[in-house]
Design a protein around this ligand. Structure first.
Ligand code: NAP
Length: 309
């Protein structure tokens, strides 16, 4: 039994070293090195090349290096019955919370606008809003969304959530299902998308849904680029219906140089960095699942293969 690591973003060496430092006895291979394919039972992947899971006849677990698993389902050559797991990590949730809080406060106090003004030599005071003026709507109130909701509520925001199934959270009204989406959106002066990307949620942020936000609404998308129908955003900003957007994720990453989002004055862009898996924090749970697999025990943080998240 062995593990193979598959990713192409230049970070595989850091992860291999983290496994060696923390679990020197575990057999962990780099997918581009020579390794015994029939021994591999667990593949740990991040945006792996399609088809790269095919050489492993004894694969029993595909583990995502991160919280999302959409890229695994997008591989048409994925062995369909093999278990999929994902990362659930306090540090990841904390980092996401801090990023979203930064984006919200930047919107309330116009700091991202002032950075743009500074580069144009413009002295242009703008009206600002306060925490008490806003209701933050968290679309997808799961592991990351719940952590964020509690942090925002603790500093005085009104917070509401939207999930697939009914959910009870103290002090945070949670709407659920398609029937209540309209009411949820109409109350969200800032909308934060933290949904998993599935066939049901693809392009859920579009002209029709974003038009339901109150006038001057603000969008923060930290989930996946595929949630936003990109061509619908700029008309909503230009008409004044939305006052701005902070986007960390895009349909194509890196965002192409010629993309109209780069130059739009009301769009703030970050390069998919809202919350990044930290090897020191995440390797223990990946190793634990490998050991559980070896012992025939139930895997942790398993994905429902039917639901896709
Ligand atoms: P999670 O725990 O699985 O939570 C997902 C939430 O979305 C749940 O509340 C779920 O409802 C809800 N949901 C799913 N499908 C829905 C639907 N069709 N209608 C309404 N609600 C639906 O996921 P998580 O750990 O919080 O992570 C969320 C996503 O964040 C990940 O999938 C990933 O793509 C993204 N992410 C981005 C970054 C970044 O750096 N930008 C970092 C980490 C994660 P139920 O509670 O009813 O199941």
């Amino acid at each position: 039994m062995s593990i193979v690591l598959i990713r192409q973003d230049g970070k595989i060496g850091i992860w291999q070293k983290a496994f060696q430092d923390q679990y020197p006895d575990l057999p962990v291979y780099h997918f581009e090195e020579e390794h015994p394919k029939e021994e591999i039972t667990m593949a740990i992947v991040w945006k792996h090349p399609h088809g790269s899971l095919s050489p492993y006849p004894n694969l029993r677990c595909i583990a995502s290096f991160g919280a999302g698993v959409d890229f695994i389902f997008e591989d048409p050559e994925r062995p369909p019955d093999v278990a999929i797991t994902r990362v659930v990590d306090d540090a990841l949730a904390e980092d996401m919370s801090e990023y979203v809080l930064t984006a919200i406060m930047g919107h309330l106090k116009n700091t991202s606008q002032y950075v743009k003004d500074q580069f144009r030599g413009m002295w242009s005071p703008k009206p600002y809003s306060r925490i008490s003026d806003h209701t933050i709507g968290i679309m997808g109130i799961g592991t990351l969304g719940t952590h964020l909701a509690k942090d925002l509520r603790n500093i005085g925001f009104k917070v509401i959530g939207w999930s697939k199934n009914p959910k009870a959270l103290e002090g945070i009204p949670v709407y659920h299902g398609a029937e209540s989406r309209k009411e949820f959106l109409s109350k969200s002066s800032v909308l934060v998308c933290l949904l998993p990307l599935t066939p049901e949620t693809r392009e859920i942020l579009n002209r029709d849904t974003l038009n339901l936000l109150p006038m001057g609404g603000y969008l923060i998308n930290v989930a996946r680029g595929g949630h936003l129908k990109e061509e619908d955003l700029i008309p909503l900003l230009d008409s004044g219906h939305l006052s701005g957007a902070c986007l960390d994720v895009f349909a194509e990453e890196p965002l192409p140089k010629e993309h109209p989002f780069w130059d739009h004055p009301l769009i703030q862009i970050t390069p998919h960095v809202a919350s990044v898996s930290d090897p020191a924090s995440v390797v223990p749970q990946l190793a634990e699942n490998y050991l559980r697999l070896s012992r025939g025990e139930e895997l942790r943080n398993r994905i429902d293969l039917q639901q896709g998240y």
